[in-house]
Write a protein that binds this ligand. Structure first.
Ligand SMILES: *Cc1c(COP(=O)(O)O)cnc(C)c1O
Length: 380
């Protein structure tokens, strides 16, 4: 095995992916520069249109990043300070941060220890008269059980805002066989185009999806200083724009998104096959109602040796990540919202999970090397 190949293993290979689409991307970027339509230019409109078509959703509104998308979505729901918003405790901080920022109350709930996603049972047991919204997170690339969540939300008249930052392109199948893309099932869906996301740009970017025309209009206004007509402000908004250059890049990458997902699924299948016989490892559980686009390939290490495995892999030149090492309610910033209720699955997962390199450019040689090292750690 040539050392040069395994010398530079990365969690995500953004540069390698760019090499395959370089000509198209360079041309599109230069075109934006030469026309100087940097802000809300035709590239943004075109990408929003193509993404709406791909997702099968009525409205797509670009914004500056995934965190802004969540914030703007919540702002569009007209909630009052102190209103409760249910959110999983096992997620990236952004999901809960924007709730607290808007003076709403994040109610942090547990997740299923097999799918890593929250469930309708956990949501149901935390609904109070003050609950106004739920933010399910499709963690690592597969959907929460949206049909049950939507049924529950309807019963209690709650907004559902999907955090789809990790699952863009995943399909959810309803009990009647109907299939919809994640992020288009709730009242509002949010995503991030952070470079390492499945549909990533070359900087920051995000988008908001909805099928509701009134919400779409409001979201567009909020993202643009609360104005629908220039210099006439009917709402307090923010300034959050998807950059035209990023939109041009995304429009090209969108065409490859399904193929990118397939490449990730192939890596996941190879990992599964190799690790399924290792007793101390639990390979990612697939939900029956969702495809998995593998934003992350996340294992559970059940013999308390997760950190040892991470160190061992690092010694072998293999990066790995812990998403997420600390439950949200144990974060200093979220202590004020902590009611002393330990969430046992979240606690356990934060000790057990490890994410291995997975991306669209994984070479066979590297994949085999990672598999060999993981197997060696457990089986000597
Ligand atoms: C990446 C991510 C976000 C935030 O996206 P940014 O573009 O970095 O602001 C929010 N939620 C989840 C689950 C994410 O993975």
């Amino acid at each position: 095995m040539s050392n040069s190949t395994v010398d530079n293993i990365q969690m995500v290979d953004v540069v390698g992916q760019y090499q395959h689409i370089k000509q198209e991307v360079d041309e599109a970027v230069l075109n934006v520069i030469s026309t100087a339509k940097f802000i809300n230019g035709p590239a943004v409109k075109k990408f929003e249109h193509h993404l709406a078509e791909y997702l099968g959703v009525q409205y797509v509104i670009g914004c500056a990043n995934g965190t802004d998308a969540l914030q703007i979505a919540l702002m569009a729901c007209d909630l009052k300070p102190g209103d409760e918003v249910i959110v999983p405790s096992f997620t990236y901080v952004a999901t809960a941060e924007v709730i607290a920022l808007l003076r709403l109350k994040p109610v942090m709930i547990d997740v299923d220890s097999n799918t890593f996603n929250t469930t309708v049972e956990f949501i149901q047991s935390h609904i109070t008269p003050k609950t106004k919204a739920i933010v399910p997170v499709h963690l690592y690339g597969q959907s929460c059980d949206m049909e049950s969540i939507m049924d529950l939300a309807k019963k209690h008249n709650l907004f559902v805002i999907e955090d789809n930052a990790q699952a863009i392109g995943a399909d959810y199948t309803f009990s009647d066989g109907r299939i919809q893309k994640t992020g288009t099932i709730g009242h509002i869906g949010c995503t991030s185009f952070y470079p390492s996301k499945n549909l990533g740009c070359y900087g920051d970017g995000g988008a908001i999806f909805t099928n509701d025309e009134d919400l779409a209009n409001k979201i567009r206004m909020i993202a643009n200083h609360g104005q629908s007509k220039r210099y006439y402000h009917s709402l307090i908004g923010v300034n959050s724009r998807l950059d035209s250059i990023q939109a041009a890049v995304l429009d090209i990458k969108l065409k490859h998104l399904d193929q990118y997902a397939m490449a990730r699924q192939q890596v996941a299948a190879a990992y599964d096959k190799a690790f399924t016989t290792i007793d101390a490892l639990q390979i990612p559980t697939r939900s029956t109602f969702s495809t998995h686009v593998f934003h992350q390939y996340t294992l559970r290490v059940k013999n308390r040796k997760r950190n040892e495995l991470k160190d061992y892999l690092a010694e072998k030149g293999i990066p790995s990540m812990i998403y997420y090492p600390v439950p949200l309610y144990e974060q200093e910033a979220f202590k004020p919202f902590y009611k002393g209720e330990k969430l046992s699955n979240t606690e356990q997962l934060s000790q057990e999970v490890i994410s291995l390199p997975i991306h669209t450019e994984m070479e066979d040689e590297i994949l085999k090397y990672i598999i060999k090292c993981v197997c060696l750690f457990f089986e000597g």
